[in-house]
Design a protein around this ligand. Structure first.
Ligand SMILES: Cc1cc2nc3c(=O)[nH]c(=O)nc-3n(C[C@H](O)[C@H](O)[C@H](O)COP(=O)(O)OP(=O)(O)OC[C@H]3O[C@@H](n4cnc5c(N)ncnc54)[C@H](O)[C@@H]3O)c2cc1C
Length: 457
């Protein structure tokens, strides 16, 4: 590709070998305002947040974009209905506000509504208890001042459940409820987010590992990276460094030596993938377990079923599922199925590590129950915890912390506040109109409507 062609495309957020080489060269040559470490959902979100404030930002990822936790989630953009039971209302409201924003404005082409069924076994108290929770969930979904973008919950009779999900056991279940959340291809979204950041001027390089920090008079002034394609090591200078390395937070903190203030625990969650015909249902399923909840999520021609929650102390890049993990998932889903799913039905298993906060230090700024931002020393911001759904809020908080110092250097108030609530991702512009035109587009192109829908999404 010629330079002219490449720079023309980088405005469109293209990620390829050429754009990567250009990004690395730019990051090596100039002092950045902010360098973001980690290309998961949080790091990609930070890059877009900073770039759209007009800052000169770079983001480096050791593996591939989203190769860490952000491609191994349950793929739900959700408020987390189970947090209601823990009375964590602020968190649920915050996440539901984000859900509405992503579904309707920022990424309607990537985030889709999904309907879940919750089967009920006890006639009065369970229906009343779960129904009240779902009503609250619906009410909270208006918290952002906009419509939720999904339908409200509904009570279903035993007959309606039988029609909607014929694979469910008829004995024991006396009826149920349905409610809505959002669903996303988590890895694809992260790549799209990085592309959107690049389209807004960010420099982005994957396969680029931070192996050390540059420090001057007790202040972090950049990092040393290793290009894993060439083995070349070089410095990247930056006025602020944001570390968003999820379960690797401890490892990157060790590179700063005296910058270790955040303790992040890796909690393993597995999902199994089974063919769609192994569970006949027009809706996903939410089941209560003794520890938490289990989801059965429609995914193309498959169902994704999970998840679990156990500690993980081994290689963070390669977490693996045990026979016990898989049996746990099978036992819980089979408890409600007429025809049990067996090991032979399992076509795939994937495993992720939740970055859970294990304790805060005195210098921690607790911004919400779920994530924290820490400034252990000048020039360095650490962000960890949280969930995929609230990445935009996390990025906003982390960049705010970096901007606080940048503003002190450059004069109060000179850097604008976050604008990502009104920056749609690449592909969102024109999507709704194209979607509304899909029947005519299909007829004109001589394609089945389902193919046009697939391509639009
Ligand atoms: C099983 C499971 C299910 C989940 N389901 C959901 C869900 O349905 N909805 C939801 O909202 N949340 C969910 N979550 C939580 C969510 O997935 C995580 O909170 C989120 O993905 C974490 O993103 P992150 O960017 O912080 O971390 P990561 O995605 O892990 O990104 C960190 C990145 O940093 C990189 N890195 C590390 N060290 C370096 C270095 N030295 N140099 C450069 N790069 C480095 C890593 O390679 C990695 O890609 C789930 C989590 C799990 C485990």
């Amino acid at each position: 590709m010629t330079d002219t062609a490449s720079s023309q495309f980088s405005g469109e957020g293209v990620l390829n070998a050429h754009s990567r080489a250009e990004a690395l060269a730019a990051m090596a040559a100039e002092e950045l305002d902010i360098l973001v470490i980690g290309g998961g959902i949080v790091g990609a979100g930070c890059a877009l947040d900073a770039a759209t404030r007009g800052l000169n930002v770079g983001v480096v990822e050791a593996q591939d974009w989203a190769a860490g936790t952000s491609s191994r989630s349950s793929k739900l953009v959700h408020g987390g209905i189970r947090y209601l039971e823990q009375l964590d209302f602020h968190l649920v409201q915050e996440a539901l506000t984000e859900r509405g924003l992503l579904l309707q404005q920022l990424a309607p082409h990537l985030v889709k509504p999904i309907r879940f069924l919750y089967p009920v076994e006890h006639r009065i108290w369970e229906r009343a208890y779960v129904g009240a929770g779902m009503l609250l969930y619906d009410i909270f979904s208006y918290a952002g001042g906009r419509r939720p973008g999904v339908g409200h919950h509904r009570h279903l009779s035993k007959r309606q459940i039988g029609l909607a999900a014929p694979s469910l056991k008829s004995s024991g279940i006396i009826g149920g409820m349905s409610y809505y959340d959002g669903r996303v291809d988590d890895a694809r979204y992260v790549v799209n987010l990085v592309r959107t950041a690049v389209a807004n001027g960010a420099h982005a390089a994957n396969r680029t590992e931070v192996i050390g920090f540059l420090q001057k008079k007790g202040q972090v002034v950049g990092v040393t990276v290793r290009d894993l394609e060439t083995g070349k090591e070089f410095p990247i200078r930056a006025k602020q460094v944001i570390n968003s390395t999820g379960v690797w937070t401890g490892t990157t903190q060790e590179l700063v030596h005296d910058g270790g203030t955040l303790r992040v625990r890796a909690s393993k969650g597995i999902h199994i993938v089974v063919p769609r015909d192994r569970f006949k249902s027009v809706m996903g399923l939410l089941l209560r377990t003794e520890k938490s909840v289990l989801f059965v999520i429609p995914w193309g021609r498959h169902w994704i079923i999970g998840t679990t929650d156990t500690d993980w102390h081994y290689d963070k890049a390669h977490p693996s599922a045990t026979a016990t993990d898989i049996q746990y998932v099978l036992d819980h889903v089979n408890a409600v199925l007429d025809d049990p799913i067996t090991h032979d039905d399992i076509e795939g298993v994937y495993v992720g590590l939740r970055p859970l906060l294990a304790g805060d230090s005195e210098s921690t700024t607790k911004l919400s129950r779920e994530h924290v931002v820490v400034k252990p020393k000048p020039g360095l911001v650490l962000i960890a915890g949280g969930k995929w759904t609230t990445y935009r809020v996390m990025a906003n908080d982390a960049v705010d912390a970096a901007v606080e110092e940048l503003n002190t250097l450059a004069g109060e108030g000179s850097i604008p506040a976050s604008v990502t609530a009104s920056v749609p991702l690449l592909g969102a512009a024109g999507y709704k109109a194209s979607w509304n035109r899909r029947t005519r587009t299909a007829a004109r192109a001589g394609l089945p409507k389902s193919v046009v829908e697939h391509l639009l999404n």
